[in-house]
Design a protein around this ligand. Sequence first.
Ligand code: SAM
Length: 261
Amino acid sequence: MHTKHGIRRNFARRAATYDAHARVQRLMADELLRLIGDAVTQAQKILEIGCGTGYLTRALRCLNPQAWLVAVDLDGRLIRTARNKLNGDHRTTWLVADGETMTRGAFNLIISNSTFQWFCQPGETLKTCAERLTPGGTLAFAAMGPRTFHELGASLKIAEAGRASPVDIPAAGFLGRDAWEDLLKQAGFVEVCTAGRLLVLDFPSVRDFLKSIQATGATNPHPRPFSSRVFQAMLAAYQERFAKNGSIPASYELIWALARK
Ligand SMILES: C[S@@+](CC[C@H](N)C(=O)[O-])C[C@H]1O[C@@H](n2cnc3c(N)ncnc32)[C@H](O)[C@@H]1O
């Protein structure tokens, strides 16, 4: 299956459970808005890529009631959920589209939360973003980095030891902070500024952690069937290697990036 179909399907089928479990994504969005400062309130045209169920979209609308807002997502069900949150807002255009390839419009601000890590051609997409910004316009995004869920990746490696072709978890392939900085500069952005943080959350059990990832749709776009033996070995390895004081930790590498055209 094509990667993008897998990404769309994973998030679309969690449209109803996403909000209740997306506390990390909300934290990322809140910090992104804090870092951007005036660029939101001063923008007349804003493009949001990967609006999902609309948490950031609603926050943008509250901060700037006048701007023309274009909210894009791969999936129509997610767009409908976001649209309901904004209650018939007439200054928002909703688009079911691939934010990596859509090329129309000129914006003062392009913004995205917890979506850029899923891009298939991030370098090209940053160049497209630069083309769609007005001079002096801002690109601002928050994304997850490659140390996200590293405990899960390590436990899976232990469980699959000896297997002919062990495969990394998708997060291991996410771009890191330095890679994003390089790509932003290569795309012609100036005043590139990034920040990073490793957030570690505790869960009562590995199964609770896995359920919470599933509920947000942040799962493998190319799902691999695990044998029950590998799955049980992964649970045991996670527990043995990482459990502390009756809970298990799960890391989220968070990256924020701001850049100007
Ligand atoms: C983790 S959710 C984040 C949703 C929202 N921004 C938030 O902060 O809650 C990622 C979203 O990005 C969307 N997405 C992923 N790749 C995309 C792309 N290339 N173009 C548009 N949307 C995309 C997914 O469909 C999903 O709704």
